[in-house]
Design a protein. Sequence first.
Length: 270
Amino acid sequence: MTFAAKYGPWALVAGASDGVGAAFAEGLAERGLNVVLVARRQAVLDEVAASISRAGVETRTLAVDLAKPDVASAIVAATKDLDVGFLAYCAGADPHFEPFLTQPIAAAEAMVQRNCMAPIQLCHHFAPAMVQRGSGGIVIFSSGAGFVGGPNMVAYGATKAFDMVFAEALWSELHDKGIDVLGLVLGKTDTPALRRLEHSRGQLSSEDEAPAGAATVDEVISEAFANLTNGPTWMVGDQMRAAARIFGSMTRNEAVRLMMQASAAAMGTD
């Protein structure tokens, strides 16, 4: 069975405006899937759509805020005429990396909506048709921040832990029904959002500079497509896999202290 026959004819990519989301959408298009591109910025979505349309596929854009409570209903309404066989939830980065109490509670609530509520609502809507057909794919992007709690990413880390366990549990229910579910756990990745953050903190001289020790988007996407059937969880990159082994060998208390040290190093305060 070809990739398009197994996962098509349409894919929906949430968080498709830049970075890993846009690259993942491009990879799906190159493999013959039509793609629905979902993110906040219409102009950027149009650019991504124009780029991947060169692969000879159809595209549809939907500019919505994934942190809004009614976003799933808007996405469902905009795709009701499409046969979606692949769902990729790539949204959810934290652009701030600041202490929990210095931010308004609305920021944490939006993080929970975007990283927890929206993906479970979309999976609950799109997965039944995949099960009925006996094939399909779901990829949920998580983060090493979800391994254990740490400073400056209190809500973010918690939501990414949710994503990791949600993907694993969903795999346990759907993998024998022909659905490939993969929780993709990323470490530090060279995305526009990370470049903006590190530049704002004086860690990069310009946003054209690559963050030190970060995996490239191409590396992430290559591993993602190579491991779609290797669920429930895939750690991206040698550093991420090594970190998972280290944390797994510790008590939870030891792991939290190690995460505190790693956070201090990331802030340049160690």
